[in-house]
Ligand binder design. Structure first.
Ligand code: AMP
Length: 249
């Protein structure tokens, strides 16, 4: 069984995001970039399935600028076998990412595609769902448990009413939740080994995917600064403030 994992290079989740002075977006220059956190869970799950003998090959794909190779190398150091970089601009939208992934799926013929549930930069939560639709494959989204059962997978996913358990026929698209597992740290020897693992480079133009943005960002603004809290002397004062200042009761 072969698994394809899609990983996105995003601004590291510890970085304090700054809006550009012209409000056209956020500052990305000289900012630490990392693998999108739920994508680390996707990579970890694929490698765990490989460790257990159920999967024979884990292929990583990232779409974006040359620097995405660093993100692919991180996944290779965690234990994935090889990588594919599809070179594109970093403003590529989920629909174009999904169409690009479809091309890679047709070439690689994996049994399952794992993605993160959401990218923390654009918060779109669209790519996995779109990929499933254009491949006409079933999907399991926000998965927090995954098991392989012959030609199907069993998954748990969190919904408003609790945990939903589903069986999904392979091939399938799965988007991973942060609760799925604890991603491993790559050891130094594995980081060194990963340098020798192959990364194929494909130009997005050669795939014939329309990458022209369909969504225009009108304005990006910082959220309003939060007001500091105040200490109140007693419950009476708290109720007064909630009633007459905050006007919430
Ligand atoms: P989104 O729909 O943008 O929230 O992204 C959901 C998931 O799709 C991410 O967690 C990644 O697994 C995958 N993805 C999105 N953009 C890319 C990209 N440029 N390259 C590779 N994978 C991506």
């Amino acid at each position: 069984m072969k698994i394809l994992v899609a990983v996105k290079r995003v601004i590291d989740y510890n970085v304090q995001i700054r809006v550009k002075p012209d409000n056209s977006g956020v500052e990305k220059d000289n900012v630490k970039m990392s693998m999108n956190p739920p994508d680390e869970n996707a990579v970890e799950e694929a490698i765990k399935l490989k460790d257990s003998g159920e999967v024979t090959e884990v292929v990583i794909v990232s779409i974006g600028q040359e620097k995405c190779q660093d993100t692919i190398r991180t996944a290779l150091a965690m234990g994935a076998d090889r990588g594919i970089l599809v070179k594109a601009g970093d403003d590529i939208e989920p629909l174009a990412v999904a169409k690009t992934l479809k091309n890679i799926v047709e070439k690689e013929k994996p049994n399952m595609v794992l993605l993160g549930k959401q990218a923390i930069d654009d918060y779109c939560n669209q790519t996995g769902q779109m990929l499933s639709a254009i491949l006409n494959w079933p999907q399991g989204c926000f998965v927090s448990e995954l098991g392989i059962n012959d030609s199907a997978i069993t998954i748990s996913r969190e919904i408003d009413e609790g945990l939903e358990q589903l069986e999904i026929q392979l091939p399938a698209v799965v988007t991973c939740d942060l609760r799925l597992n604890e991603p491993r740290f790559a050891s130094l020897p594995n980081i060194m080994k990963a340098k020798k693992k192959p990364i194929e480079i494909i130009e997005i133009e050669s795939l014939g995917v329309d990458t022209i943005p369909k969504v225009k960002y009108l304005k990006v603004e910082e959220p309003p600064v939060r007001q500091g809290g105040v200490m109140v002397a007693d419950v009476k004062e708290l109720i007064q403030k909630l009633k007459y200042e905050a006007k919430v009761i």
